[in-house]
Structure formats: structure tokens, C-alpha cells
Design a protein around this ligand. Structure first.
Ligand SMILES: [Fe+2]
Length: 447
């Protein structure tokens, strides 16, 4: 007889100990807690032919969006491929992960989305799909899929709150800030340790320029999100971002050193998803003229150590930022070379690199060389379509900030005024927005 996981999804194993380990891995991942990989490996040790455990492992690698995870994903898929009596859902997970491992992110995205639609109670499928919606810039799906899955849940039922947290982030990425904050706060009322829901509310405050409130919100809830090891770096990054808005560089660098780039400072490569935050923070500091000491050099070395250029354009652009900030043209040229080869190749990343990643990387290179007119010329046309290569609105704001700085330094005041006007309209209280507005020639606003 078939058994089910905690949420009622059928599994092809009857080993209750192995199922308990898989449930544990699922819960840990939903809460971004360490260590879902260890938990799923324990499930596999308990039941080596547990198809869903292997599929979970492969999906976990896909969520990392790094080339280093491909071989691991392939090994997990191969270990499960010939297991007899697999459920259709388990098979579908394997086939979706397979597409990712082959570099066909778009097909993986579609397949995971189909599982999520067919199995609203498969929270792992919901979470992996949410990650792909994020990586490939499908903002509407970030909002709508969790909402569609809710039809199969009772409000307040254990597990339901994770969907609310996902929905909150999706609403936020669609600019529905009021509804996003409401969903995020509802999720947190049900599950205070939902680091993704905390993150969604922080995003709302970021996008509305509520920097003091945002910093206080994150500081007050630190015990809820800081232990969520898989997301903690990113939430620390958000806290630093709030302080950056007011130009409190010492505080920003304190958080950066302690909680965002601690591994990088020790000479280690951190996961790409974390080094993206390191790059983005240092680059924003560079735009502001802050002294970042040796941090760019350390980060540049860490990106180089990690390798994997040409796998995902969003990561590549951030590696380029680190190399340019470090003044290492050789390393930047190496990544740009890998991006050009990727752009000429096959797979989803070829398209993302061609259409978004490469022109942006070339624009950032021009900026670093002081060719501000060329930087603006390269970045401006890509900015409206940059969502396609992933990241959040807040992460991609580094594009707008760089473009605005290029326009200001290149004396393109027409462009600078449009961009500064856009920012001051979104964040009227933000000291940074006000400063940029005045630099672009706008009248100083009444306090
Ligand atoms: Fe974020």
C-alpha cells in the first residue's frame, strides 16, 4: 500500500522512518533552515530506493542555480531513474530536474509548474516552482501560483502559511504592496519563523522607501529569520540596504563583514546566491563613493574560486561587478568571454545572456572605465526587460542606480531627471532618492 508525506502526497515507499526524514527535509527547506540536504540524505540512507527523496535532492540542486549542482542533480536522477513502482508525481519531479541539469531552465520551469498545478499540496513543488518563477522573472506566477494552490488547503492548517509567505512575495513583485504586506503579516502570525514571509514584508518596505521602519522590523524579528541559514545572508543584506538608504556606511560595512560576506573574508567561496548579495552591496557602495577597503579584492577572488561562469547570466553580472570593483580587468574579461560563449550557445541561459546579461555586463564595464555615455547607452534599453534574467525588483534596482549615476556623471541630465523622478515618486521619504533628485537638478523637497 502506498504511503503519503505529511501533506498527503503519495509516495512509492512505505518506510515510515524514511518518509519522516523527507518530511523533515521539506519543512527545513520551507523555513530555509539548515540542513535539508542532510535530512534527505538520511532518508536515502534509510531507504536507498526512495524515488521522491532522490527527486527532492535533485530539485534542491536546481534551486541553487549553480553549475556546481549539476553533477549532483544528475547523480540523484540516475540513482532514481530505474526504480520500479514510482508514482507519476515522483517521476515528474525527476523529469523536471533533468531539464534543469541539461541547461533547459525554461522546460524545467514549465514542468515544475505543471506539478505544482496538479498537486497543490506538494509544497516542495510549490517552492521549487516559486524559485524558478524568480530565476526566470515570471512575476505574475510568483503571485498567482501560491494563490491557486491555496484552493486545496484549509486556512490555518499546518503548512498553509508557507503559501501565504510565497504569495506575499509574489504580490510584492507585482507592485501590490498593501496586499503583499497583509499576506506576509498573516503568514507570520501563523508561523513567526517564516523567513520568506519576513523577507516579503522587508521587500515592501524597501520598495516604498520605508527604510527606518524596515530596519526596525528586521531588527525586531531577528530571532525569527537569522537562524534560517539558507536565507539569513539575504535578509542581512536587506537590513544593510535599509541602512545604506540613509548613507550609514559604517553600519552597512559592519553587517557586510559580520553576516553577508563572512566566508568571503576568510578566503572561501560562498554559494553564488550569497555572493550576488555581496557584489550588489559593494557595487552600491562604490556608486556612493564609499571606501570599501579590500573587500572587492576578496570578493573577486571568491567568485573566481567558485567558477561556473556562463551558467546563469544573473550570477555572471554580479561576478563582473566584483571584478570591476576590484580593478581586475583580466578577471572581468574572463567572465565576459564566458558570457559571450554562453550567448552563442544553446539552452535558456544563452537567451538570458544575449538579451539581458551581456549588454548589462558591457554597460557596467563601460561605467567602470568612466565611459558614462556608453554605459547609459548599453544599460538603458535593457533595464525595462531585465526582469527576464531573474532577481527581485530590489536586486535589479542596482541597474537603475548605476544607470542614474552614469547619467549624472555623463551630464545626461534629461535621463537623470527621469530616473530620479521615478525614484522620488516611489520613495518620497528616502534620503538617497532625495539626494539623487537634487543632483539631477530637481528642487529640494520640503521636509
Ligand atoms: Fe530580497
Amino acid at each position: 500500500m502506498l504511503r503519503t508525506d505529511l501533506y498527503g502526497n503519495k509516495l512509492s515507499t512505505t518506510n515510515s522512518t524514511a518518509i519522516a526524514r523527507l518530511d523533515e527535509a521539506t519543512e527545513l527547506l520551507l523555513g530555509f533552515r539548515a540542513d535539508p540536504l542532510a535530512a534527505v540524505d538520511a532518508a536515502i540512507a534509510e531507504q536507498p530506493d526512495f524515488a521522491m527523496a532522490h527527486a527532492f535532492r535533485a530539485g534542491l540542486m536546481a534551486m541553487g542555480m549553480e553549475e556546481g549542482g549539476v553533477a549532483e542533480a544528475e547523480a540523484s536522477i540516475a540513482a532514481a531513474w530505474d526504480i520500479p513502482r514510482m508514482t507519476d508525481r515522483e517521476r515528474a519531479h525527476l523529469v523536471a530536474a533533468q531539464a534543469w541539469a541539461e541547461g533547459d531552465f525554461a522546460t524545467a520551469h514549465r514542468r515544475y509548474g505543471a506539478i505544482a498545478a496538479e498537486h497543490p499540496r506538494d509544497l516542495f513543488a510549490q517552492q521549487v516552482t516559486h524559485a524558478f518563477d524568480f530565476f526566470l522573472g515570471d512575476a505574475a506566477a510568483l503571485r498567482d501560483r501560491p494563490m491557486a494552490a491555496m484552493r486545496d488547503w484549509r486556512e490555518g492548517e499546518a503548512g498553509f502559511s508557507w503559501l501565504l509567505g510565497m504569495q506575499a512575495f509574489g504580490l510584492e513583485e507585482n507592485g501590490e504592496y498593501g496586499a503583499a504586506e497583509q499576506s506576509g503579516r498573516m503568514a507570520l502570525a501563523l508561523q513567526p519563523a517564516d523567513a520568506w514571509a519576513v523577507h516579503a514584508v522587508a521587500h515592501v518596505m524597501e520598495m516604498q522607501g520605508r527604510d527606518q521602519e524596515g530596519a526596525a522590523f528586521l531588527a525586531r524579528r531577528e530571532q525569527d529569520w537569522a537562524p534560517a541559514a539558507i536565507l539569513a545572508v539575504h535578509n542581512w543584506w536587506h537590513l544593510a540596504l535599509f541602512h545604506l538608504e540613509r548613507g550609514d556606511f559604517a553600519r552597512v560595512l559592519g553587517i557586510y563583514d559580520r553576516a553577508v560576506a563572512a566566508g568571503v573574508a576568510r578566503g572561501e567561496a560562498q554559494p553564488a546566491i550569497e555572493m550576488v548579495d555581496c557584489s550588489a552591496m559593494l557595487w552600491r557602495l562604490l556608486l556612493r563613493g564609499a571606501d570599501t577597503g579590500r573587500r572587492f579584492a576578496q570578493l573577486s577572488a571568491a567568485w573566481q574560486k567558485a567558477g561556473g561562469e556562463g551558467f546563469y547570466a544573473f550570477n555572471d553580472l554580479h561576478a563582473v561587478m566584483a571584478h570591476l570593483g576590484a580593478g581586475r580587468d583580466d578577471a572581468a574579461a574572463q567572465v565576459l568571454g564566458a558570457m559571450r560563449r554562453a550567448a552563442a550557445g544553446q539552452g535558456t541561459n544563452a537567451r538570458l545572456t544575449r538579451q539581458v546579461g551581456l549588454p548589462l555586463a558591457e554597460g557596467f564595464l563601460a561605467f567602470a572605465r568612466g565611459d558614462y555615455a556608453k554605459a547609459a547607452e548599453l544599460i538603458a534599453p535593457v533595464r525595462p526587460r531585465a526582469r527576464a534574467f531573474g532577481g527581485s525588483d530590489a536586486q535589479r534596482d542596482v541597474l537603475s542606480l548605476t544607470l542614474l549615476e552614469a547619467a549624472l556623471r555623463g551630464k545626461n541630465l534629461g535621463m537623470a531627471q527621469v530616473l530620479a523622478g521615478e525614484r522620488i515618486a516611489a520613495k518620497p521619504e528616502s534620503p538617497l532618492a532625495q539626494d539623487l533628485w537634487v543632483r539631477a537638478g530637481g528642487p529640494r523637497l520640503a521636509a
